[in-house]
Ligand binder design. Structure first.
Ligand code: ZN
Length: 317
């Protein structure tokens, strides 16, 4: 009996020695979930894969009014964001480089009839909601519909604080390709982004159709050596993406809690019932929502558990 008591005492020592947790700002919830939204096409009317410009403007206004502030996927995965206390991060991602995500008018300026144009106009009135989105492009396909302007658009996005991510060269179903072909699709996608944005570090990959390659680990880490064009010498492209995103599912975990699986992040597709569902969900369950304490924290810096007990474990949804 005596031995058991001593064992308990020693088992409890690490808990007693742990530094006290810093008190959080009122209402802060660094363990809450984060919505990573995904948009595809834009046009005059809403559809399953198309958001109308007016609905997009309303999405921005709704998010802003509900206390959400945009961060890129790069910021999410690295924890490199410090929002005002009480604000919640939201990640807006855009897949496929579809034409009306970003358009230049005949004057070479950003057109209001494009998602980025709408967002920039909104941000001009609401500086707390800047154009900090993540754009997943397929360099082998059309990128925003105006080929001559690709580089100027990508530079403008990065200048605004947005992120450019890899969505592979030509958007294939990666599960149907050989290893060599998978490596070429991911490697060439990154090669072209490097060419348009020299020195830019790509940290995010969106899986075409949300489908993993076989083996799945190739999505996050790999290398490709080959000639980017016929009659050109070989190049080697390496990638190590901390963030790999799927197509749909639900909100993503807090990036600050240890154990995040960044190589398979869920997203929420924005079409009317789905977006409404999750906005209502977080309004009804504020305890599940990530709420900032006004400070910057390293990704994974909060322990997932102490002595085998989950901290602030969230109930099943
Ligand atoms: Zn896609």
């Amino acid at each position: 009996m005596r031995i058991r008591l001593w064992a308990l005492f020693f088992a409890a020592l690490p808990l007693l020695a742990a530094p006290p947790l810093k008190p959080l700002a009122r209402g802060a919830n660094l363990r809450g979930e984060v919505m990573i939204l995904v948009y595809h096409k834009f046009g005059p009317a809403d559809g399953r894969w198309t958001r109308s410009f007016d609905s997009f403007s309303q999405d921005l206004a709704r998010l802003d009014a509900a206390g959400y502030r945009p961060i890129t996927l790069r910021q999410y995965i690295t924890g490199d964001f410090a929002l005002p206390a009480g604000a919640s991060p939201v990640v807006l991602t855009f897949d496929d480089g579809s034409a009306y995500q970003m358009r230049f008018g005949p004057d070479g300026k950003l057109s209001a009839d494009s998602a980025v144009g709408r967002w920039a106009a909104f941000a001009a009135q609401h500086p707390e909601f800047p154009v900090h989105g993540t754009f997943f492009i397929n360099p082998g396909d059309d990128v925003f519909g105006q080929r001559d302007a690709i580089q100027a658009k990508l530079r403008m996005l990065v200048q605004m604080g947005s992120e450019v991510g890899n969505h592979t060269l030509t958007h294939p179903n990666l599960s149907k390709l050989s290893n060599a072909a998978i490596e070429r699709e991911i490697g060439m996608g990154q090669y072209d982004i490097d060419r348009w944005l020299p020195g830019y570090q790509v940290v995010s990959l969106a899986l075409p159709y949300g489908i993993f390659p076989k083996p799945p680990a190739l999505a996050a880490v790999g290398a490709w050596t080959g000639a980017p064009q016929p009659h050109r010498s070989d190049v080697t492209v390496r990638w190590h993406y901390p963030a790999v995103v799927k197509v749909g599912a639900g909100p993503a975990p807090s990036p600050l809690v240890a154990g995040l699986e960044g190589d398979k992040l869920p997203r929420i597709q924005v079409f009317t019932p789905e977006f409404d569902k999750w906005m209502s969900y977080f309004a009804a369950h504020p305890a599940r929502r990530f709420v900032s304490d006004g400070e910057r924290h390293a990704a994974g810096s909060l322990p997932a558990s102490v002595s085998g007990h989950r901290l602030a474990g969230l109930p099943a949804r």
